[in-house]
Write a new protein. Structure first.
Length: 129
């Protein structure tokens, strides 16, 4: 069931991207290892992809919304399993797991078409008599 509007998803994208970049410093795992770099790289990539997504908060609008959501799900999965995949689960794993699952959830629950586009397309298909 997709109920999150694309505009809301856009706001969440930018907030989550910033959170992933600063989380290692706030939560005390900024140690120069994969535990730090993976969320920071994924956060920067999330902001970059958001800027290029075809939705209300995109700047360049070249990535279709369904592709963006697939990228969110894939990067969320990578973030969630990264502590075990890269061997730092003995030091820190909760932030990666929780934020990764939230990203997957947002990707699965967001509409694939912006509300304004759906309204415009619906209006364009109507005949006026």
């Amino acid at each position: 069931m997709r109920f999150i509007p694309t505009r809301t998803h856009g706001v969440l994208d930018y907030l989550m991207g910033a959170l992933l970049i600063i989380a290692p410093y706030i939560l005390g795992f900024a140690d120069g290892t994969a535990a730090q770099w993976i969320p920071q790289i994924l956060g920067a990539a999330m902001i970059g992809a958001s800027l290029m997504t075809d939705y209300e908060l995109g700047a360049v609008r070249v990535i279709p919304m369904p592709v963006h959501l697939y990228l969110d799900i894939a990067s969320g999965a990578l973030l969630a399993v990264s502590p075990w995949l890269f061997g730092f689960a003995d030091r820190v794993f909760w932030p990666h797991l929780i934020l990764g699952l939230l990203e997957i959830g947002a990707g699965l629950m967001t509409r694939t078409v912006p509300s304004t586009a759906a309204a415009t397309a619906g209006g364009a298909n109507r005949r006026s008599y």
